[in-house]
Design a binder for this molecule. Sequence first.
Ligand code: NAP
Length: 526
Amino acid sequence: MQILGETIIGQRSVRGDAGEVFALAAATGEKLQPAFGASSLADVNTACELAEDAFDAYRQLPDERRALFLEAIAQGLLDLGDTLIERVHQESGLPKPRLEGERMRTVNQLKLFASLVRDGRWHGAVIDNALPDRTPLPRADLRLRRIGIGPVAVFGASNFPLAFSVAGGDTASALAAGCPVIVKAHPAHLGTSELVGRVIQKAAYDTNMPAGVFSMVIDKDISVGQALVSHPLISAVGFTGSRRGGLALVAAAQARPVPIPVYAEMSSINPVFLLPAALSARADSIAKGFVESLVMGAGQFCTNPGILLALESDHLEAFVAAAAHALSDKLPTTMLTPNIHGAYCNGLNSLHSASGVELVAEGKEAESAYQARPAFFRTDSATFLANPGLEEENFGPSALLIVCKDADDLRNVATKFAGQLTVTLHVDEGDHTIAQALMPTLERKAGRILFNDFPTGVEVSYAMVHGGPFPATSDSRSTSVGATAIDRFLRPVCYQSVPDSLLPPALQQGNPLDTWRLVDGHLTKG
Ligand code: NAP
């Protein structure tokens, strides 16, 4: 499959006429061929109108048809073979083995949503049978099911060019929910986006989906993204990126005559608590695990362990020495974009010059432009609490250790944290009292709590939560990874006293879909 520099508007390939844009090679910053034609606002409008035209037909398809569509996308990604991996590698600088793994994750994510759609529980069918003889008032027949919210705009993420981008979790969950999707491609991986977009377009054709079920636009500046979020035919937004970008989209969505939800996953520093008994038992192995997690993918993970907390002790110093040793051997790695590299360097400069913050160790020096040098700093709890800037995410392989005086000090710092995607505790038996006291605070801070592990690596499964209170996300009630991500793009409809033949199959008396339903308060397939 060739990259032509085109966008995708339903079943048409369109060369945008709003100017030329290029993807850049992550390693050198050089322009990659071909030039892309940026979308015009007319293209955005056409994509939205097509999506609206497709919505009713698409959402009412049998579950099996939507599942086959998702599986055809998954197969198409595999069929792209090395062509895809080569291009993503050029554009992102991410190592090929990591990208192979990310592709499988994307494929499995699509398959998970296919099985979820087939299984039918996504309908959320609930039936309260009529109680005509109830006194003092009879009850009408009430039936609830969920339907897609409408066309969804998806903003691909820079740091997961496959799993959180054009065919990533937001797209898969929205398509599973019965919502047409319009992707605003991330400018850092335009060629990857076109390849993946064409796979979705072909899958839609091969499985006979309505034309407007998928489109993809690209931008020269933020006007295309803004127009998409502001378009009256868009019903929800999925986004992964910076806090500034996410908040700009939330503001645009709220300023519409009809406001819409924006599910933005933004910034998190993912605190890791190193409790005393765990440090006394295995400071060395925790240090090695921490450094591996810190430098993975040049630290460009939303779940990167950016903050460590521990009580002052000799065992902590043993941990610090082991971490410093492990980090000093780590090689610099190319970052995703020159801008992300620039932001990381600025963040490092702020930490180097912050009063009360000390550099513990650095990895090997950068050998070429756009490489990140890993770094590990330390401070004390009083300095941390007095400087809110130290809580800002520094996207890349840098972390800050906060040394606390005692368990109360540790808990006090924990209560001051903003919302997080994850918090992690390293504990042994002897730490359970401190851990138990922390848990109520941590539950309020984060979407996922891990024990004796590191937060990088997010399983795509039924129980996963990749979300959390602001600023981790703009809406803490949902997740952008895992099966329940579909809930973001569904809304409930109640049918009162509707004749059986006019009800959707999920709610008909004979349960023709053979799906689980809550009937008069009991879960049954009957
Ligand atoms: P970004 O700047 O937020 O951009 C993400 C997407 O949103 C891009 O497609 C961008 O388009 C669009 N966008 C941004 N601001 C917009 C606005 N005001 N109106 C309309 N569209 C807008 O994120 P990024 O480029 O991926 O990375 C920049 C920084 O984000 C990183 O340095 C890092 O701090 C953070 N980041 C965090 C995570 C995380 O998971 N926590 C992940 C990735 C990045 P344009 O670029 O064309 O404007």
